[in-house]
Design a protein around this ligand. Structure first.
Ligand code: NIG
Ligand code: FE
Length: 390
């Protein structure tokens, strides 16, 4: 038997093991036992079993590690100039992706890797213990292969997004580019990836093109997820549901039919508040979605164009302040919701048998995540039972 580490005197423990109406499964004065990287016991501090090591949480709050199910962390350059122009009134457009493609193609593996590792550290310090990473800033076979290979060094949740936008050299030849994506590019990238994604949106890929990309990925054993309805309503959500996608991401502009279809499906809707913040688009009404029975996840969508934050607490604060979510719902969406969007049943919940991915907050309750926006409240993070912060 390995070392047993007990974290006790947890003032508020968010387990995400639903208890009647309480989807957060909140426990007071709780304790968690960790053994061999897994949670082996959860209960009242007064009933806690013996352990080799005991950590006193001093009445603070603990939540599951954040599961950030949508990011684009492998890229070169930044687009601060574009952000400033947007703040001065310019509109966000999908075409900006191409400038990051040029900078990414020009970067070496080591440059991209350094950056990637930096973002991961930044995320960990803010409580994120699992992250999904997409390619999509290479858009040629060799560079896309580099991006998924680098992502696979750090996470099993790798998404091939060769169909992010049509690159400049294929201007007005979108179908020819899709031929490349579903052909040589998929051949090169599929061995490193778990997921296939497409940006199904005006200015990116049409519904028939998106269907080709997703079906080709599925045929290669990749599971689908879809970027859709970010810039306006479209048919991407219906396509995602039809193909059994794990998640449709963005969903800023959803029709009533989209909401009905999502509610009746296993497809999670992943909301990305950092995008609306950074593009000055309207925040989606999460209340409408949750009340309709849609499973909602929250993710950062860290990328240099539409959302250059890596902070899940920041996204939670927006979701609570501007999207109609309770803090309990927002924390659930950023943990259990993200796990569901990645079809993972070993993370996002604090219960025996789950991975010991935990966050101790420097606060008495999880409400402080939204109540104290911008304040670093993460006191410690355990990933697979190992404390990761100094
Ligand atoms: O998720 N929507 C498409 N892709 C990214 C934005 C990429 C960019 O602007 O560079 C997103 O928002
Ligand atoms: Fe994205």
């Amino acid at each position: 038997m390995g070392e047993r580490m007990l974290i006790t005197n947890i003032g508020e423990l968010t387990t995400n093991v639903a208890d009647g109406d309480d989807l957060s499964g909140t426990r007071r004065d709780a304790a968690v036992l960790i053994e061999d990287g897994l949670i082996s016991w959860v209960g009242d501090a007064d009933d806690a079993p013996d352990a080799d090591e005991i950590l006193d949480a001093e009445g603070r709050a603990m939540i599951p590690g954040f599961v950030d199910s949508h990011s684009h962390l492998v890229f070169g350059g930044d687009r601060a100039v574009e952000f400033e122009a947007r703040m001065a009134g310019q509109k966000y457009a999908a075409g900006g992706i191409r400038s990051t493609v040029a900078a990414t193609r020009a970067a070496t593996d080591d440059e991209l890797r350094d950056r990637l590792y930096g973002f991961l550290e930044e995320m960990l310090a803010q409580g994120t213990t699992t992250v999904e990473i997409k390619s999509g800033y290479g858009l040629d076979v060799a560079t896309e292969e580099r991006l998924v290979r680098l992502a696979a060094e750090v996470t099993p949740e790798v998404t091939f997004l060769g169909a992010h936008v049509v690159p400049a050299e294929y201007a007005d030849r979108g179908d020819d580019y899709v031929d490349l994506v579903v052909g040589d590019m998929l051949d090169a990238c599929a061995p490193h990836a778990k997921w296939i994604d497409v940006f199904c949106e005006t200015g990116a890929f049409t519904v028939p093109q998106s269907r080709r990309v997703l079906e080709a990925g599925i045929a290669r054993g990749l599971a689908p997820r879809v970027h859709a309805s970010q810039l306006g309503p479209g048919e991407g959500v219906q396509l995602a549901v039809e193909l059994g996608a794990a998640s449709i991401d963005h969903g800023t502009y959803l029709t009533d039919d989209d909401v009905t279809a999502l509610a009746a499906s296993d497809t999670v809707l992943t909301l990305l508040p950092g995008v609306e913040f950074s593009t000055r688009q309207p925040y989606p009404d999460a209340r409408r979605l949750i009340d309709a029975g849609v499973a909602v996840a929250l993710a950062c969508d860290t990328n240099p164009g539409s959302s250059f934050t890596s902070s899940m607490p920041f996204c939670i604060a927006i979701a609570v302040r501007d999207m109609g979510m309770t803090t309990a719902e927002a924390v659930w969406a950023a943990t259990a919701g993200g796990a569901r969007a990645l079809r993972r049943d070993d993370i996002g919940v604090i219960a025996p048998g789950m991975r010991a991915d935990l966050v101790l907050l420097d606060a008495p309750t999880r409400v402080h995540l939204a109540y104290r926006p911008g304040v670093p409240l993460v006191a410690q993070v355990w990933k697979d039972g190992v404390a990761r912060l100094e």
